[in-house]
Write a protein that binds this ligand. Structure first.
Ligand SMILES: [Zn+2]
Length: 168
């Protein structure tokens, strides 16, 4: 059995994932607030690591839509180049994105809840969280569906709905 959380009221809904193939989009109706929402059953990663969250890279003139999985530890986000050390890089022609632009650290708090902590790498053009530029010293706890802007590119943060709760 798997659990999903209602994006509106946070109610947890349990379902039998074995009844559906991987990659299938499922539609849920929340019994509490009546919101309807979709989730996609994610295929398991080859290396057994389970993504704890995702960055959805919004398509623009520099690249197609892409999804960056986020794992426990440091996720270094930037423009992919051959030999890149950035483990969460993506393919783009956006020249204002550094090859190491910003870093999202995923960790657990004392109660076992996840935290996604964003900081600028630092980059040349800055990292914007919810339209606010981060100072070098800033460390931001990212919230579900928050918007990250680097260069001319927008990324939206999502939790993996199969994972545990995020610390508020
Ligand atoms: Zn609900």
């Amino acid at each position: 059995m798997k659990k999903v959380r209602c994006p509106k009221c946070g109610n947890t809904i349990t379902f039998d994932e074995t009844a559906y193939p991987e990659g299938r989009v499922l539609i849920f109706g929340c019994p509490d607030c009546k919101k309807t929402f979709k989730i996609k059953l994610l295929p398991k990663a080859d290396d057994d690591r389970v993504p704890l969250g995702f960055l959805s890279v919004v398509e623009n003139q520099f690249h197609n839509r892409q999804t960056i999985p986020l794992y426990m530890g440091e996720n270094v986000v930037g423009r992919y180049v051959k030999g890149s050390q950035a483990n969460a890089s993506f393919r783009t022609l956006d020249p204002s994105i550094d090859t190491t632009h910003c870093i999202i650290t995923v960790q657990e708090d004392k109660r076992g809840r996840l935290r996604f902590i964003l900081r600028d790498a630092p980059s040349n053009t800055g990292t914007f969280y919810q339209n606010e530029i981060l100072k070098d010293v800033d460390r931001v706890y990212m919230e579900e569906q928050s918007v990250l802007t680097i260069g001319a590119t927008t990324l939206i943060f999502y939790l993996n709905p199969e994972q545990k709760e995020v610390a508020p």
